[in-house]
Design a protein around this ligand. Structure first.
Ligand code: PLP
Length: 489
């Protein structure tokens, strides 16, 4: 009987039934409402028990009702409605169930894009080049006119690292140089010269992902790394600023200089020990590592060093990209004299990938490749996200609500100097430190009871990662609840 349905009947049935009804957005509530004595509530605990029978679920905070979540508000399975300033680790750009995004899959063509996921490297769909061109035109960092799409942040970095090595060796070998027999054989045994002893320089406190190459450049927490063999690659100190910045200018400048000197020393040292540095990998704001900032001058000097040694600069915008700092790419705040060679992205952009110059395009096929190489369905979402960011002027919105939140946090520092300090950040990408890690954890738990869902980072920081649709009224709710928690502490 199913087969006998004509196409028109099928369309009518689906439109008139749950298909359309399901794709709705509830209005945002005025404020959070918490109905269970503790979070996770009983239903979450029950589900956690069940999940734990199949996998380690200890990190699950609570279970979410994504159908009922709306805008800046997340609804858990126990009916608690929380103002979400963590947004799935900074990866939801427009809040939950944004009507424009629901609408993307409210047509047959796009649903077909969703279910027929192609092996993009071999068989892309007919509109793939136009889609990428639209993306490139609208958000590509200036001067980076090539795009490689991937799946997640780790996968973006992992592959971009390979592009760096390819470009580095090509320079040494010469444009016309071919792979030697020895190179082709030795690489099959993971040995030089085919698998050369090259390295990438990264920074203490950085997080670039968890796949083996990306993990070799990740240095935020030992638990991410322990027991895994890794690479002897150089790791430099990242500036450790004191706040407020205006009162600590001299010391912070010295921090910049100390770290930059170390970068150069490490490049020299690794060259001497025959493990030359092919590139530097850096987050514009170290995020998982504790929202560690460095000045525009630091980044300008870092770029100068990469030029001096003729190596690549990769800026990892996985967490910072997409508008949350008030500019689409955070590195735009740094006024670099020229663009970095590679910018990686994921999270708010819905799929992973990177922008780069033509120089970083491999000349041979299958060197940067995998089955999916991204996801056309996610590109459909990304296109619409970019439209909404532009139409609703969300970068300006981020600046306005970020200002309210930051001003309020600075005020709380004055009111509770024994509890909080070091307010910092750009746009709504803000963080504050607590006197101890335990206090930070307690405040996050207490905030949840007051209906605000925030996240931690580093040792004792609380990070704010709201959606781009976060408004001044939301910032005021956060500040009001945080003040209550600090008062009670
Ligand atoms: C700066 C940065 N790079 C890379 C990653 C890894 O991304 P993913 O978790 O999608 O692999 C993250 C994840 O938080 C990140 O913050």
């Amino acid at each position: 009987m199913h087969v006998a349905l004509g196409l028109n009947t099928f369309r009518a049935v689906t439109r008139a039934s749950g298909y359309v009804k399901y794709l709705t957005t509830l209005p945002e509530p005025q404020e959070p409402t918490i109905s269970t004595a503790s979070i996770p509530g009983p239903k979450s605990l029950e589900l956690k028990k069940k999940l734990n029978t199949m996998q380690l679920a200890d990190m699950v905070n609570f279970f979410v009702d994504y159908e009922s979540s709306t805008g800046n508000y997340l609804c858990d399975v126990d009916g608690n409605v929380m103002l979400d300033v963590y947004m799935q680790i900074s990866s939801i750009p427009l809040g939950y169930n944004h009507p424009r995004l629901l609408n993307v899959f409210n047509n047959d063509k796009n649903v077909k894009a969703l279910i027929n996921r192609p092996a993009l490297g071999f068989f892309p769909g007919k509109d793939w080049p136009v889609r990428l061109e639209n993306i490139l035109k609208q958000i590509a960092p200036k001067g980076l006119n090539n795009i490689t799409t991937m799946m997640c942040g780790s996968c973006a970095n992992e592959n971009a690292y390979k592009n760096i090595f390819i470009a580095y060796v090509r320079k040494k070998r010469g444009e016309e140089g071919n792979f030697t027999e020895e190179e082709m054989n030795s690489c099959m045994m993971n040995m030089p010269p085919g698998a050369p002893n090259l390295s990438l320089l990264s920074f203490q406190g950085s997080f670039h992902g968890r796949t083996m190459g990306a993990l070799a450049t990740t240095h935020s927490k030992y638990i991410h790394k322990i027991d895994f063999p890794s690479l002897d690659w150089p790791v430099a100190a990242f500036p450790n600023y004191k706040y407020p910045l205006e009162e600590n200018e001299r010391g912070n400048k010295e921090e910049d200089e100390k770290c930059l000197t170390q970068v150069e020393e490490l490049i020299e040292a690794y060259s001497k020990k025959d493990r030359p540095v092919a590139g530097i990998i850096v987050e514009p704001i170290q995020s998982e590592g504790g929202d560690n900032h460095a000045s525009p001058e630091f980044f300008q000097q870092l770029q100068y060093i990469t030029k001096k040694y003729d190596i690549s600069l990769l800026i990892d915008e996985v967490q910072t990209g997409g508008g949350c700092t008030g500019k689409f790419w955070c590195y735009e705040h740094f006024n670099l004299p020229s663009p970095p060679e590679i910018v990686t992205f994921s999270k708010k952009l819905q799929l992973g990938g990177y922008f780069h110059t033509s120089e970083y395009r491999p000349r041979e096929t299958l060197r940067i490749f995998n089955t999916w190489m991204g996801d056309p369905a996610k590109i459909l979402l990304l296109e619409e996200i970019i439209n909404v960011i532009k139409e609703d002027q969300l970068l300006e919105q981020v600046q306005k609500s970020g200002k309210v939140l930051k001003t309020g946090l600075l005020q709380l520092e004055k009111e509770y100097p024994h509890l909080v300090n070091s307010t910092r950040g750009r746009g709504t990408f803000l963080a504050i430190d607590f006197e101890t890690p335990e206090l930070r954890d307690t405040v996050i738990a207490q905030l949840r009871k007051w209906g605000v869902h925030a996240g931690g980072c580093g040792k004792q920081s609380l990070r704010f990662r709201p959606a781009l649709t976060f408004k001044e009224k939301h910032a005021n709710i956060v500040l009001d609840r945080l003040r209550k928690v600090l008062y009670e502490t």
